[in-house]
Design a protein around this ligand. Sequence first.
Ligand SMILES: [Zn+2]
Length: 420
Amino acid sequence: MTPASSTSYTDAARLVLQRCDQLGSYSEEPDRRTRRYGTEAMRQTNEAVKGWMLAAGMQPRQDAIGNLVARYEAATPDAKTLVLGSHLDTVRDAGKYDGPLGVLVALACVERLAARGQRPPFAVELVAFADEEGLRFHTAYLGSSAFTGVLPHEALDQTDEDGVTLREAIRAFGGDPEAAVASGRQRDDLLGYCEVHIEQGPLLDANDLPIGVVDGIQGQTRAALTITGVAGHAGTVPMDLRHDALSAAAEFVAAVEQRARNTPNLVATVGQMKVEPGASNVIPGRVALSLDVRHLDNPAREAAVADLRAQAEDIAQRRGVSLEWQLVSDQPSIECSPRLTMLQGDVVAAAGHTVAIVSSGAGHDAVMMAALTDIAMFFVRCKGGVSHSPAESVAVEDVAVAVEVLERFILLLASGGDAA
Ligand SMILES: [Zn+2]
């Protein structure tokens, strides 16, 4: 199968952006864009997307947690299935493209296939996840964890800021909480999962490239540190008798930056710090700080975390302060399928673009989908790498490239370009 040149990719991209604008108008808050799981804004969003899916000849349904699932069937029964998708919820004060762009680019490809009456030898299953950001229940990947069958039963008792449980929210959204924790999608028929997403980083923009092929999603370790020294009078305690918790924390922050600068592709961040008692004339007695360490290579990340912990202990000992180190989360990196990544490179080159391989520093639904099937991702350049902000911006030309490469990817798989 080869791509048809009939309707232009630019026309498809314009429609994708128009739809992003429309979905972008659905918000819980009048002056900023916020769509949490199960809200009226999410219901409006699902309704609109459902309408477009129906018009494309698919039969959309909402699953037990509220993900929209629609299939474009293969020419023959009992065919395999390629899953495409991304999420429709947002962070607070969000942009228009993080999530919806991936759903709508995939939909555009199905619409183009349908318009030509072209049916690949596999079904295309489009999934619009109902929650990825986890804003309402502080559970990232709510939609894809239910879809893949790993949502724990205890999660149903979690409450939002108004005391509404997830169980109640699922019911109010037309779902079935017990089914949401009990049933994951069958994996036997799956060929793989491919997600298009804005890059959320500056590399493509800095290198003037419209599209990137993702090789994996970085692992992440988060820790919470508490350094306890001795508070005292800023005027009366001489420097050599102090046990200043903030000075120790500052030394650690500099060590974190240095460790990451000295290790290729390691990123490490101290993003939160709470100083107590927090007065200009009092020596800080206690500091609580966060640590976030990410790398695509798990041993490299683990070594960095172990080293930073040793450095923190050394700093504490030298300065006569105590250190508490609490591991908050430890997620290994997820590798994209090398087989699919190679095919992605082929289609990007066939479309006339430089093949850029990038790693994702942010988490995506693909992380959850990796438990079910091979995963692949395309990143679309976003202006300045800005995301999770109303300033998110993508160019129509780049979205046209995204539609083209995803379509070429589907057709390459369909033509048996997939040797495996
Ligand atoms: Zn996203």
